[in-house]
Structures are given as structure tokens and as C-alpha cells.
Design a protein around this ligand. Structure first.
Ligand SMILES: *[C@@H]1O[C@H](CO)[C@@H](O)[C@H](O)[C@H]1NC(C)=O
Length: 243
């Protein structure tokens, strides 16, 4: 009898382990991209929607994007590997272009970008404005930034294009700002799928005025409470008087 129970327990445990295993499979997804075009290249490894590291072909090094917890992550030889993949990619692209020259390239333009500050907004406090482009293919998308009508694109940084489940890409651009009331920022996208149309978003700095609502609620609550105490005291005294 005891043995039987043990066996059943073991089976249950195995089932649980199996379930846990399949959950773990569903919960994490890593991705490696080696992509190239005539003007751009990408070599990137990501996990669960975040870039872990990517090859910066201008600075000729791997860039590790995770904050440092404990041991720092390094991947010796990975930059050289990514450079090798770029060469493979370019020669494969040459072959594919000849083989598929009659098949039109699939192009999806990005939707209108999202534009939002990263941190809670406070006057004259350093902040970062984030512009998010998604739904486009192929990568990359170009970002144009203006501040009060001036082109400030050179001051912005651009993330690696990140692939989504539907095969399109998402990409972010960040602009460091010191917000002051009334400033107007804009982020516009450029992509071959847009054919001269612009997709842009404008963001005007407006600080929230302190709201009156909490003090009004407090005053009304306090008044009701005091009235209650007064009425209660009145009936208490009345009750004593009559008997
Ligand atoms: C803004 O400046 C960038 C960088 O100098 C330049 O590449 C881009 O063409 C400019 N955009 C516009 C719309 O003038």
C-alpha cells in the first residue's frame, strides 16, 4: 500500500515537473538576429523582448545592454562572429536577389509612433522622451526629432530593431530632455513603406496643476463626521432627559 502511494506521488511529481517544464518553455524566448541590407547591419541576441547584447559595427565592439547584477556578462569572440555573419548575410543576399528577382519585396510601413516621457514629469528635472515605432518590415526605421521646430535628431539614440511574433519589427529612439512648460517635441518616422507620407507624433510639455479634489473630499468628510457627532450627542442628551 505504502509503495503504491509512493508510486502515485512520484507520477504526480513527474506530471508537475512536466507542467513546469512546458511553462518554462512558454515563458522565455530568446532570439538571435544576423541581418543585413545595402546600408545597415544587425547582429543581436535578445531575451524576452529585451536586447542582451548587440554588435556596434561603428565602434567595432559588442555592447552589453543589461544592468550589471553580480557577474558581468561577456561573450568573447562574439563580435568577430557577428562580423563573420554579416559577410555570410551579404553573400547570401546576393544569391537570393538573383534567384528571387521577380518576387517583389514585402514591405510593411510603421504605424504612427508612440511618444512618451520615461519618468514622472517634473519641471526642470532631467527626463528621457521615448519614441516607439512598430509594425514595420524590413528594419530599420529612421527617427527625426524636433524640439520647438529645431532638428535635434543628432542628439537622440536609437535601439536595435527587435522582431515581433508577426514578423514585423519594433524600434525605439530616446531623446534626453529637461522639460519646461510649453516646449513642443516631435518624433517623425521614415521608412521605405511610407513612400513620402509622414508618421509623426507631437508632444507638448504640460505640468499637472495640483488638483483640488483631495482637499474637497477631506473637507466634506470632516464636516459630515462633525455633524454626525453633534447629532449623536444631541440624541444622547435628549434620551437621558426624558427618562
Ligand atoms: C535632421 O538632422 C539629421 C542629422 O543631421 C539629418 O540627417 C536629417 O536629414 C535632418 N532632418 C531634417 C528633416 O532636416
Amino acid at each position: 500500500m505504502k509503495l503504491l502511494i509512493q508510486q502515485q506521488l512520484l507520477q504526480l511529481l513527474q506530471l508537475l515537473l512536466l507542467l513546469q517544464y512546458s511553462c518554462a518553455q512558454d515563458f522565455h524566448g530568446d532570439v538571435q538576429i544576423d541581418a543585413c541590407s545595402d546600408s545597415d547591419g544587425e547582429g543581436m541576441v535578445g531575451l524576452d523582448g529585451d536586447v542582451l547584447y548587440y554588435a556596434d559595427f561603428d565602434k567595432k565592439e559588442m555592447v552589453y545592454t543589461l544592468p550589471q547584477f553580480g557577474d558581468s556578462m561577456e561573450c568573447p569572440g562574439c563580435y568577430e562572429g557577428a562580423v563573420g555573419q554579416q559577410e555570410n548575410c551579404k553573400s547570401n543576399m546576393q544569391i537570393a536577389r538573383e534567384a528571387m528577382k521577380d518576387i517583389p519585396l514585402e514591405i510593411d510601413p510603421p504605424g504612427a509612433p508612440l511618444l512618451y516621457p520615461r519618468d514622472h514629469l517634473k519641471p526642470s528635472h532631467h527626463n528621457t522622451l521615448v519614441c516607439q515605432a512598430s509594425g514595420f518590415y524590413p528594419a530599420p526605421v529612421r527617427f527625426y526629432w524636433t524640439k520647438d521646430g529645431q532638428n535635434v535628431s543628432l542628439s537622440a539614440s536609437v535601439s536595435q530593431p527587435y522582431p515581433q511574433k508577426d514578423g514585423t519589427f519594433t524600434q525605439f529612439s530616446r531623446l534626453d530632455i529637461t522639460p519646461e512648460e510649453g516646449q513642443v517635441y516631435s518624433c517623425a518616422l521614415d521608412h521605405p513603406g511610407l513612400k513620402g507620407e509622414t508618421r509623426s507624433r507631437i508632444w507638448t510639455v504640460e505640468f499637472q496643476k495640483p488638483s483640488l479634489a483631495p482637499s474637497v473630499f477631506c473637507a466634506v468628510g470632516l464636516t459630515l463626521g462633525l455633524v454626525g457627532v453633534a447629532v449623536g450627542t444631541f440624541f444622547l442628551v435628549k434620551g437621558r432627559e426624558c427618562c
